[in-house]
Design a protein around this ligand. Structure first.
Ligand code: SPD
Length: 283
């Protein structure tokens, strides 16, 4: 009998991954963090039984949570990541040469420890622009005032410690933490999981109320529910699809575009095109 990991997201419908062995398992004060060696996806990290990343497909999520928003800002120097303990989003942010300082605020140090040991290619831990803090991200962002050019929310699903990352109050704190030309991105779940539609709508309603611009965009991540994943973009005025941003994408990618495996200028443009059933969720 093969050993398998199963994540069910609709009654008995879900994802099955063949496993070789369990590498790490720790019930922390916040959640159950586990790492498995799989048959085809490299190492896999789960939190409370939900897939966070695999070595094989993590590039999609991390490139997409970082680059659209990083290129939207004309000169991102100071960046904040809430969550992101595996280090993948930080790695992508740090590809941008304008970045001078990146605060990554992860509530659970076990996620960073597990990532450093079992996902050695994911985090850019040696980059001295990176400052890792083990704190509650909501309290941290609440205390920050007009400090950051970019805020990225790379939390887990809206159950347990990440629930507050889907609430309006939190997005108001993010708005206040951003400088006047600040931009934000956030992960906002799979449009195919109806249990999360309420949280998705809540996020986009909040962004509409709090920010000047807000948009949803999509990426395709095989090990996340149904393979389709949504993200939010928000800003105090910068339109993510403007000619100015697109020409920044082109210029920036001439520097490090060959190192990316998913994001490019056409993806930047196309990922903001939404199917009707997805628009309906946040209407
Ligand atoms: N159900 C998957 C939710 C994943 C959101 N964050 C993933 C962390 C990767 N840095």
């Amino acid at each position: 009998m093969p050993i398998q990991f199963n994540e069910f997201y609709n009654e008995n419908t879900g994802l099955t991954i063949g496993l070789k062995k369990l590498l790490f398992s720790e019930q922390t004060d916040y959640q159950l963090v586990e790492v498995f060696e799989t048959d085809t996806w490299g190492n896999l990290m789960t939190i409370d039984g939900m897939v966070m990343l695999s070595e094989k497909d993590e590039f999609v999520y991390h490139e997409m949570v970082a680059h659209p928003v990083m290129f939207a800002h004309p000169n991102p120097q100071k960046v904040l990541i809430i969550g992101g303990g595996d280090g993948g989003a930080a790695r992508e942010v740090l590809r941008h040469p304008s970045v001078k300082h990146l605060d990554m605020v992860e509530i659970d140090e076990a996620v960073v420890r597990a990532s450093k040991e079992f996902f050695p290619g994911v985090g850019a831990w040696e980059d001295d622009r990176l400052n890792v803090l083990f704190e509650d991200g909501i309290a941290f962002v609440k205390a920050a005032k007009a400090e950051y050019d970019v805020v990225i929310i790379d939390g887990s699903d809206p159950v347990g410690p990440a629930e507050g990352l889907f609430e309006k109050e939190f997005f108001q704190y993010c708005f206040d933490a951003l400088k006047e030309d600040g931009v934000l991105s956030a992960q906002t779940e799979s449009p195919w999981v109806s249990e999360y539609h309420k949280s998705m709508k809540q996020v986009f309603d909040a962004l509409n109320d709090v920010f000047t611009e807000s948009d949803m965009y999509l990426g395709f991540i095989p090990l996340y529910p149904a393979g389709m994943w949504s993200f939010a973009y928000a800003s105090k005025g910068i339109k993510v699809q403007s000619d100015e941003v697109l020409s920044r994408v082109e210029k920036g990618l001439s520097g490090f575009g060959d190192d990316l495996k998913y994001y490019n200028k056409a993806i930047h443009r196309g990922s903001f095109a939404l199917p009707n059933f997805v628009k309906e969720i946040i209407r």
